[in-house]
Design a protein. Structure first.
Lengths: 301, 329
């Protein structure tokens, strides 16, 4: 106490400098917080990416190196040999599988976009008897797990003679409850004056949908289209049940080829995985905004 | 002027009544087939599954009558459901699968939330454009084919050549037989199931993450600013403001995460080859799939799927009750 009183000017200077130090410390702490945050998030990213790197490096590793113990993370002699083997494998018509997957995914996307936008338009812009209960029914069907319907749906396809055909993968997927819900939300935000203008010009109701509403739906159609495409591209259980002929299989089914039918070929399995996963990553990189928005949108009522 | 109005009025009325009929025709004509189609692929198979569950149905039997039910496909009433409580092998497998599914779903949900909520808050706290980059990376696994994911992870868990044991050895922890050691049980859960849960979380978290980020962006800034003015720290803001305001999103996330973890199939079927070892990873959908399409025991599979549906329904309704909110912002 006494010393402080004695050296008054000194005390003030220490006080000032300590204040300056706390000020600096606050700035440092804020920056440190951001740096720490970035470090943690980058570490998490590496953890997320590690399996992908493992897959990609595995695809460039030779069949003798991949079975070596202890394993190597980076291939010692990276080569494209695995890709050559798969592309020349007569048992694996890779082009056919790609084509099947594309046929199924594109057909389902087009059908879903049409049915969802049409039904969504009607629920958004028309009043009719029982509208709320019908829409409630559609939302309720989203709660039924597909696996509950799986066995009867298979029997239905059998009765319709659609087993072991790509139609069996397309027909039951033509209407999507989530798609209708999403389109309704989007179309409700469009001004109804657009429709009145169409009516004055003598357009039919379907003409209003086709020529006036549909062209306004660009972002919503893109989002729903990409989500549907991804989902169908990756779908496994249903094609596993429905398709029995090798030539009609889709990509996810053929992915398991080198690890069940033959003895385990890790190198080839990783290579096929790259071949199926990479197209999706390219689509994702190109349409990131639509995809992330679409998934985020599905969280809102 | 007055003549103009007179001529204009009837025309517009005629036009409106005409278009009213047109609208009715359009709504009826377009919506009816769409709804019938939807009923055909949802309600109809739902009812069929319920019917199947009362029969001893196999497609190879020479059944007669409606939908092939009858004849050799005998009506057994609640027989399938009564058998589920019995001692038969399939009943034991069913009960194992039920237990495994419940364990899986009730572990995945809290673990998922414990990762995705802090991660979403952290990504939201980042300034600048890197935010989009982080979101991009963390969402990547969600879009990857689950078959590819399962194959990659099966290799990662490989006892001798896998990445996981390679890392463990580097840290000095003994290697584990991740997917096929029936004696390894931690906290009452088989190691194989833990391994699958890790894979599942890795793949599935991106979905919830994106939804949480969107929800965080929807929280008005005023609330947080007011809390800062009142001297609240970061933790208090998180627990007293962010979490309560996330509640409607939380309800949706919980329902959807539960719903999808009750449906897990792809990664388990591929990573463990039909739930082995000792059915430690046998989940309900896998059991339904095997019974229906390997053993052609479709009546039994139908009964199982009805049980699955009822469980999902109850779990969903309970969550809706627990997490319901009566306010909005």
């Amino acid at each position: 106490m006494a010393t402080v009183d004695k050296n008054h000017p000194m005390a003030t200077t220490t006080h000032v400098s300590s204040a300056r130090r706390t000020l600096d410390w606050r700035v440092v702490r804020r920056h440190l917080g951001q740096v720490l945050l970035h470090a943690l998030l980058v570490a998490g990213c590496l953890g997320t990416l590690l399996p992908f790197m493992w897959m990609i490096f595995g695809s460039f590793t030779s069949s003798t190196e991949i079975v070596r113990i202890p394993p190597t993370f980076f291939p010692e002699a990276p080569s494209l040999e695995n890709y050559r083997v798969i592309l020349n494998d007569p048992h694996v018509p890779l082009g056919r599988f790609y084509l099947n997957s594309i046929i199924v995914a594109v057909s389902v996307v087009l059908l879903t976009l049409f049915t969802s936008s049409l039904a969504g338009f009607i629920f958004a812009k028309y009043e009719f008897f029982g509208k709320n209960s019908v829409f409630g029914f559609i939302l309720a069907t989203m709660m039924i797990p597909f696996q509950v319907l799986m066995v009867p749906s298979y029997l239905m396809l059998a009765k319709l003679k659609l087993i072991d055909s790509l139609w069996g993968l397309i027909v039951p997927a033509a209407i999507d409850a989530f798609g209708i819900f999403m389109m309704k939300q989007f179309i409700e935000g469009l001004p109804s004056e657009l429709m009145d203008a169409g009516r004055i010009d003598g357009a039919s109701e379907f003409g209003i949908y086709w020529r006036i509403i549909l062209p306004q739906l660009g972002p919503a159609l893109a989002t729903l289209g990409i989500l549907t495409f991804m989902f169908r591209w990756n779908n496994y259980l249903w094609p596993l049940i429905v398709i029995t002929t090798n030539e009609r299989r889709t990509l996810p089914i053929m992915l398991t080829w080198y690890s069940t039918v033959h003895s385990q070929r890790l190198d080839l399995t990783m290579t096929v995985s790259v071949m199926v996963v990479v197209p999706v990553l390219i689509v994702y990189t190109a349409f990131q905004r639509w995809i992330v928005q679409g998934f985020a949108l599905s969280g809102f009522k | 002027m007055s003549t103009l109005v007179k001529t204009a009025q009837p025309r517009s009325r005629r036009g409106r009544s005409g278009s009213n009929r047109g609208r009715g025709l359009f709504v009826g004509g377009a919506l009816t087939p769409l709804m019938l189609y939807m009923i055909f692929w949802t309600l109809f198979p739902m009812a069929w599954a319920l019917l199947l569950s009362f029969f001893d149905y196999a497609p190879a039997h020479s059944g007669g009558g409606f939908l092939g039910l009858g004849g050799d496909n005998a009506f057994i009433g609640l027989g399938n459901f009564r058998n589920m409580l019995g001692d038969s092998l399939e009943a034991q497998k069913f009960r194992i699968s039920l237990k495994t599914t419940l364990m899986f779903a009730f572990l995945v949900l809290p673990l998922n939330l414990a990762i995705t909520i802090p991660l979403a808050v952290a990504i939201e706290a980042v300034r600048g454009r890197v935010k989009t980059f982080f979101r991009f990376i963390y969402f990547l696994p969600t879009l990857t084919s689950s078959v590819g994911v399962a194959l990659i992870w099966r290799y990662i868990y490989h006892p001798q050549r896998g990445l996981f044991n390679m890392i463990l050895k580097a840290v000095g922890i003994p290697a584990q037989i991740w997917l096929s050691n029936p004696r390894a049980i931690y906290l009452g859960v088989p190691l194989a199931l833990w391994a699958i849960i890790i894979t599942y979380l890795w793949q599935d978290m991106g979905y919830n993450l994106v939804i949480f980020i969107a929800a965080l962006q929807g929280i008005p800034h005023d609330f947080k600013e007011a809390a800062v003015v009142d001297g609240a720290n970061v933790w208090q803001i998180f627990w007293k403001i962010t979490v309560p305001l996330l509640r409607p999103t939380l309800l949706f996330i919980c329902v959807m995460t539960m719903l999808s973890s009750f449906q897990v199939f792809d990664i388990i079927q591929i990573m463990t080859e039909n739930g082995r070892p000792q059915d430690q990873a046998r989940v309900m959908v896998l059991d339904i799939y095997l019974n229906a399409f390997r053993f052609h025991n479709m009546g039994w599979a139908g009964a199982e799927s009805i049980v699955l549906f009822l469980i999902v329904l109850v779990v969903t309704l309970v969550q809706m009750r627990l997490l319901r909110t009566r306010w909005e912002y």
